[in-house]
Design a protein around this ligand. Sequence first.
Ligand code: XUL
Length: 521
Amino acid sequence: MERLFAGLDISTQSAKLVLLNWAKGSIVYEDSLNFDHDLPQYGTKNGVVINKDSSISESDPKMWIEAVDILFKRSKNKSIPLDQIKSISVSGQQHGLVALDKGGNLSRPFSKLWNDFSTQNECDLLEKSVGGRSAMIEEVGNSQRTGYTASKIYNIFLNEKDVYDRTSVFLLVHNYINWYLTGGIGTMEEGDASGMALWNPVNKSWSEKVIGSIDESLKTKLPNVRSSKKSIGFISESLAKEFGFSLDCTIDSGSGDNMYGAIGTGNITPGLVTISLGTSGTAYTFLEKPYVDPSGEIACFCDSTGNYLPLLCVSNMANGYSNYLKQNSLSHSDFDLLIDKSEPGNNGKIIIPWFDGERTPDLPDAAPIYFGFKPEDFNREVIGRALLEGHIQNLYDGFRRLPVKPKKIHLTGGMSKSRSWCQAIADIFSCEAIPLENEGAALGAALHASWVWYNENREPKEINEVVEPFIRFNNKLLSKPREEYQKIYRDQNKLFSSLSKRVRGQDSEDPFKLFHQMVKR
Ligand code: XUL
């Protein structure tokens, strides 16, 4: 009998399943589905229920469960031996809030997601109540952001009191899938819990003060936060019966998609940076000790190996680029050809891509900025490059606060398959960048399931021993920073930064002067 391990990833737009046989070093099965296309009955666009209020971003958790069932069913129909799966681990989009009543039903039909910007008022109230932003950062290692979970709970408390009262447990996205897989175990683990801005990743406890600022009785609605290095139980009897899983198949702790992206991209030692180019853009690194950013821009998260994952997240990443491709009927490779026709640095023209508000900098109401365009510049080449460089400069501007000088950048997510994106990241970050061949988070989940299972079954293994054999690079897209463009990109960094500061009312170098300096070349 083989030993297989499963990783499930529930991201904003899709669900994925990866099955691996660790002992043989092979991935035996992969499948995915896209919520918009494969589950049209939920009426989503990019995985999110269409809402007139653009600050609201919500999904129906039943859609995620249905996706899991479909993935299991399809693998069963393809005669995948599901009874050989020893453990399943779930990766979930971070921060999304699922509220369950005491019967285990959804007490709120929709989950507010990581990119919901509708709770700024609650963030302000919470920070005020604990004594300001610095006091909040002291409390939970993070500032209050609309993306994080505390303000979503507070929003329900303030505006939907009946829902709040009916809720017996609040869970995060991956915890909810675990709850389904185990038939009712509702627990949290350190990685994803640190993204709630309610649990302190440094002293690893719930913040009494933030809880008290919402409602004292909230304590009774929050589950235990356990180690990320353990399983939480076994697959439910009903799922075992329906799909043919063995009853001794464990359900691993699971974690957030960034924690598992770190594992799936081999980011388990100091000095590496992973950049994930998906619906959100994230950049993160491995640390043994917590890093608390006094500005709150870099998130202080635990990882899922007992260490830390300081992380920068920008909420605008795939949106600008995907819309541009769609509107111009372009493929990734058409885009590469267009980019080849324009000059790095774009002669000073840049887009600040805050299309739907922005997480970092913390600007829920932000709008995009198009800078330096003359009438003759409104063409596909110039706009395409301004978008590409704008998205990456937006990420780089926040990245500078991460406590790491990267030796190498590992790329994952949809756009990491694009030559232009890989090269522009290497140039702008001034660091070698290479994409991974596999999907980071789902693979990371399957590897974590293997690691935990072997350790719980008297065959102890180190995390690097488990992960390294599965890290495969796409060497064709290895990109090195091009010396001849380094000066231009340093100037563009300055221009982006000065514009970003100016519109936020902060002092900065004169962006017009910086623009003319770039254009003179
Ligand atoms: C990270 C974040 C996003 C989501 C996307 O803080 O909010 O990267 O995890 O799934």
